[in-house]
Design a protein around this ligand. Structure first.
Ligand SMILES: [Fe+2]
Length: 227
């Protein structure tokens, strides 16, 4: 059975920085510990990556394998998610999840994030779809909040043009050539489609959910050094 949902909110950082943060593998080594501890790249092309996102437990690696697709300038699709190792009992053997993140230019310092999730599940999981939605959304929002805190610190230290370090020839980020084509020149930013332009969106840091309030009082301060 199919179930899908969308979530949208504003992120307090320039579109180029939000996209750059998504592509910057190095920050996984000090951020998003709960989501990803290590990455292993299995296959790579200018706009696709097949990779393992794993945790190490003693000498054992567990996690999931997925394909991330970049549609320049500011869209990402995560699909073909499997358990890793494949024999590991996992929710991925029961349900199929695909997600899409669109990051639209809102203004010079703000990005509109539109997160779309499609789940294919058996009938016996369907009654629990709202729980799945809560868990997926919580996972996504907490990762985004950590990035918001990281970007707030970068912007505080280096200004809103801190995208330049991602464009530097010696800086590795995923899909670098496509990123540079999109954000290294004078291309107009990707704006939201007309049906999304006149809505009122909440800023991610101000959404009234208990885990967001808790994050802002604790981890946000620690990561950003601000507030
Ligand atoms: Fe991140």
């Amino acid at each position: 059975m199919k179930y899908n949902f969308q979530a949208s909110y504003l992120i307090d950082a320039a579109q180029s920085l939000v996209v750059g943060a998504y592509l910057d593998c190095e920050h996984y080594y000090y951020l998003h510990d709960e989501a990803i501890q290590h990455c292993e790249i299995l296959d790579y092309s200018p706009t696709h990556i097949r990779w393992n996102q794993i945790w190490r437990i003693f000498n054992f690696k567990i996690g999931h394998t997925l394909t991330t697709k970049y549609i320049p300038p500011a869209t990402f699709i995560n699909e073909k998610i499997q358990a890793f190792p494949i024999w590991l009992p996992s929710i991925h053997h029961i349900i199929k999840v695909e997600s899409r993140s669109d990051f639209y230019y809102w203004d010079e310092k703000t990005t509109l994030s539109l997160f779309t999730v499609d789940i294919d599940m058996p009938w016996y999981v369907y009654p629990f779809r709202k729980i799945l939605k809560y868990l997926i959304l919580r996972f996504k929002i907490l990762i985004d909040l950590e990035d918001v805190a990281m970007l707030a610190r970068k912007t505080y230290l280096f200004g809103s043009k801190s995208v330049f370090h991602l464009l530097h020839k010696d800086q590795f980020i995923l899909f670098k050539d496509e990123f540079v084509k999109s954000f290294g020149g004078t291309n107009p930013p990707l704006r939201p489609p007309p049906e999304l332009q006149n809505n009122n969106y909440e800023h991610i840091t101000e959404i009234k959910k208990p885990y967001i309030k808790k994050f802002m009082k604790t981890r946000y301060r620690e990561l950003s050094g601000l507030r």
